[in-house]
Design a protein around this ligand. Structure first.
Ligand SMILES: Nc1nc2c(ncn2[C@@H]2O[C@H](COP(=O)(O)OP(=O)(O)OP(=O)(O)O)[C@@H](O)[C@H]2O)c(=O)[nH]1
Ligand SMILES: [Mg+2]
Length: 325
């Protein structure tokens, strides 16, 4: 890996070159040493952007909302980065393309940068790559970064944990609010949007959500997540959502919550990377060719002579011995 290449690309990204940013994001998507080097080089230049995660059920209107919010943010003078994280299989290219087409009028604006990212199913890969991608956008000077991901599982909740502000999008009358609660989505919301408020039942969903929020534990001076009806398709209620994002930012800054959230974000991120490294090292230890003799450890587990716990500990101890020795 040519370090000069990393350095040159990093410089161009910081200077705001869109082409360089696009190239860097491709690096990040494929992962590996050069991506790690690029992210390390750019990390000191991050920390300025407001990172907003937008999640919710499939088809709830997240992309439509992201588009509308981006337009409002542009009118308010912010530059905007959009990262659409597609959590499903690599075969979902159609959905990504669909998002791109709907976003197309934004792509003409040089103050907006849009990127879709598909997962490769790597262990911890999704949230790690998303966090690195957001860093690159941040280092490129984009002021508001909107990260869209569908709220269906733990991976997606993990992606949301990179955001300073989390917006959860619901729609009227699905009656699956309780399911969302189970998935841990509702608890992480800083702002609730009831989209498709042009449809019947929006008032009830707003009321239900507000009622549910009162059941969640909250400290006395804590931020109370607003529940905002909107129609992203009709551009209604979007200014109020943008206002809520601003208010949340202001609250975070004045209360010290921003520093706490940042701390939580980096902690989760470092843990995830460390977990991946441990998993890789242990797996390499267990399955690597040079360990042909020791692969019998796994055979012994299969034969029930060794417990999975004992085997994992043994492999970890060996890996640690190699790392320090
Ligand atoms: N009636 C109505 N339809 C909407 C509204 N917002 C979005 N839609 C429609 O809902 C459908 C899904 O919108 P998307 O923005 O693609 O939803 P999404 O949540 O990004 O979907 P996925 O990314 O596939 O999970 C589209 O047909 C939109 O036109 C709205 O406010 N009202
Ligand atoms: Mg979408």
């Amino acid at each position: 890996m040519a370090l000069e290449l990393v350095e040159a690309l990093a410089e161009q990204i910081v200077e705001g070159s869109t082409r360089a940013l696009a190239r860097g994001l491709t690096w990040v998507e494929s992962g590996g040493a050069r991506a790690e080097a690029l992210c390390a080089r750019l990390y000191p230049s991050t920390g300025r952007a407001q990172i907003v995660g937008i999640t919710g059920a499939p088809g709830s209107g997240k992309s439509t909302l992201v588009r509308a919010l981006a337009l409002v943010a542009r009118a308010r003078g912010h530059t905007v980065g959009i990262l659409a994280v597609d959590p499903s299989s690599p075969f979902s290219g159609g959905a990504i393309l669909g998002d791109r087409i709907r976003m197309s009028d934004l792509t003409l604006d040089p103050g907006v940068f849009i990127r879709s990212m598909a997962t490769r199913g790597a262990l911890g890969g999704l949230s790690r790559a998303a966090a690195d991608a957001v860093d690159l956008m941040d280092a490129a000077g984009l002021g508001l970064i909107l990260v869209e991901t569908v709220g269906v599982g733990q991976d997606e909740v993990d992606v949301m944990r990179l955001a300073h502000t989390i917006v959860v999008v619901s729609v009227p009358g699905l009656g699956d609010d309780v399911q969302a609660l189970k998935a841990g989505i509702l608890e992480i919301a800083d702002v609730h949007v009831v989209n498709k408020a042009d449809r019947e039942g929006a008032d009830r969903t707003v009321a239900e959500l507000r009622a549910m929020l009162t059941l969640l534990p909250a400290a006395e001076d804590a931020w109370v997540p607003p529940v905002l009806p909107a129609s992203a398709a009709r551009d209604e209620g979007i200014e109020a959502i943008a206002d809520a994002l601003d208010s949340h930012r202001t609250y975070q800054k004045t209360s010290g919550e921003l520093e706490r959230r940042r701390r939580k974000i980096v902690t989760a991120r470092v843990l995830r990377i460390a977990q991946d490294l441990v998993a890789e090292t242990v797996l390499a230890r267990a399955l690597g060719p040079e360990e042909a003799g020791r692969a019998s450890l796994l055979d012994r587990v299969a034969r029930r002579e060794l417990s999975p716990h004992a085997c994992a500990r043994a492999l970890l101890a060996q890996a640690a011995g190699r790392a320090t020795g």
